[in-house]
Design a binder for this molecule. Sequence first.
Ligand SMILES: O=C(O)C(=O)C[C@H](O)[C@@H](O)CO
Length: 258
Amino acid sequence: MPAPINPFKKALADGEIQFGCWLGIPTGFTTELMGHAGFDWLVIDGEHGPQDYRATLNALQVLAGTPAHPVVRVPVGDTVIIKQMLDLGAQTLLVPMVESAAQAEQLVRDVTYPPHGVRGVGFALSRAAGFSTIADYGKTADAQICLLVQVENRAGLAALDEILAVEGVHGVFIGPSDLAADMGHMSNPEHPDVQAAIMDAITRIRAAGKAPGILSTRDPMTNAALEAGAQFVAVGADVLLLGTAARGLAAKWQATRG
Ligand SMILES: O=C(O)C(=O)C[C@H](O)[C@@H](O)CO
């Protein structure tokens, strides 16, 4: 019995567009709700969200019963953290702050079993291998791992062509917030210079045969990214959805008090 097929990786390889959403709320209840909302993929955000090891396990467990594909964003591209997340059952990883081909090459090794990589072999105990029910996991897991790296500063953009040349990187996500900040436009990812850099990067990523990704909560930027060739497109975040709706509702009725 082989490792489960990664439908998200296949969809990207087939050139399909996948719409996603960020998950910052570390509860299985809200994660399951989002899993049935209609998104193709959901980011379990362990970088800026309080999605720690156990919250990520819970998220993977509840999302297994939904149509949404879990994408685990690790806090940093660390060999040990990546090993742990893969053993939990993550098949798609999003790694922030990638700035060089050397970094990307190490990440490929981190998600690959020996002899071609350094992923620790412990699947006998792991959820990823169905607690030893997937007999051929060790021999078949690598092919189902989808490695997505984030390029989100000027150094990363300068190294983009070299990063794109790294075999085993399946997609490149452009981080608008961090890139805007690094370009001197904090909190203004829609600055024309930032937009130009983002759209150029998306075009180059697609031309290189990799999947471009973005997060955008504003339609003009989302549509521009799709036009440029973006494939995995996050269009919101649970925290923003809940917070915006809650604040709006409270303000509406508070206003009636005069
Ligand atoms: O730089 C970015 O933008 C991202 O990487 C996405 C953010 O981290 C996400 O948390 C929304 O702010």
